[in-house]
Design a protein around this ligand. Sequence first.
Ligand SMILES: C[S@@+](CC[C@H](N)C(=O)[O-])C[C@H]1O[C@@H](n2cnc3c(N)ncnc32)[C@H](O)[C@@H]1O
Length: 379
Amino acid sequence: MRCVATTAFGLEAVLKRELTGYGFSITDSAHGRIYFEANVRGMVRANLRLRTAERVYVVLGAKRVETFDELFDWIESLPLGKYLHEQGQYIVNAKSHKSTLFSVRDIQSIGKKALIRSLQKSYGTEIFPETKEKYALLINIQKDNAELWLDTSGIALHKRGYRKQTGKAPLKETLAAALVLLSHYHETRTLYDPFCGSGTIPIEAAMVAKNIAPGLHRRFAFQRFFWVSKEAYTIERREALKAIKHEPIKPIVASDSDPGAIASAKENAEKAGVDEEIHFEIADFSHQIFSEPAPVFITNPPYGERMGKEEVSALYKSVGEILKKKPEASFYILTPVSGVEQLLGKKADRTRVLFNGPIKTRLYQYIGPPPKINEKSRT
Ligand SMILES: C[S@@+](CC[C@H](N)C(=O)[O-])C[C@H]1O[C@@H](n2cnc3c(N)ncnc32)[C@H](O)[C@@H]1O
């Protein structure tokens, strides 16, 4: 099957690396999406294991379309009965970018009519009660090239199922995982997140270190699809459980000045099954001592919405002090605050623009000296 995994802009390279790491062959890529080949078990594996994908779709067809007649004829000609159950509910959404067909509402309604015509041919019936499982479809038209996608994930993959309590401005789990995968973090180095909020970075880091698949605690749309056997899911889940590493890791230290944030971070870590890997502290950054040798800091300091400009500047300057004091450490600082390198007092080795939902942020990477441990580089 031709599949496509979507991700936030800027994370395509990380997602590509994840996909190749799981043995998928990549066929194409574009902004925010990577195409790959997979059989049914592969699609299940992608949903269970990818840390940076937002959703995984099956591409049911692709065609260049410039008129509504072309759109209708193309969708009607697809053998959709292979994937859509006779009694399913079909939800058709559409996106159009730089294309002749631009009315999303018309694309949706013509697409749905054509889909029903295709199913009438497949099932030899006129009536579709649409009472059973949901099939969410997306007609995605980019520069007149249309594709019909079937969503296999259901709830977006950043919702791992462990985060009930959301702290102030929490990071998306997919972005937190990407920060870890982009960094020189390794289970043999201590990780500090001194502004941990609801604990997303430490939790995702612990899951990376222990090789815990992010999808183990949630359900997926494909679990209701008639063409995905229960066995495919059971085998893939069992494989993912078997892949978990049980060796101890260096501590991950999660701290925050807000006791409420630490309480929710603890609760979330317990739900994710990584509370034993994380050491939680209620601490103000300015009073903290980071005594571990050659640690990695991956952190998302406050943006300043609830602080004055001077307070924000002082806070980032105090982070800069630690940066100077610990030349053997690596620092990864994600923030939308501008002028951060001046406040930190040091130019980053590399910066990347990344999106936390709609918020444009920058990751400032201070890579530090090459780690002495036998590390698989993830950058
Ligand atoms: C942008 S939020 C971090 C969100 C986090 N990455 C998450 O996913 O939930 C910044 C955090 O910094 C904390 N904070 C603000 N000033 C602090 C200080 N001086 N020392 C330690 N933590 C502080 C806030 O309580 C808040 O939880």
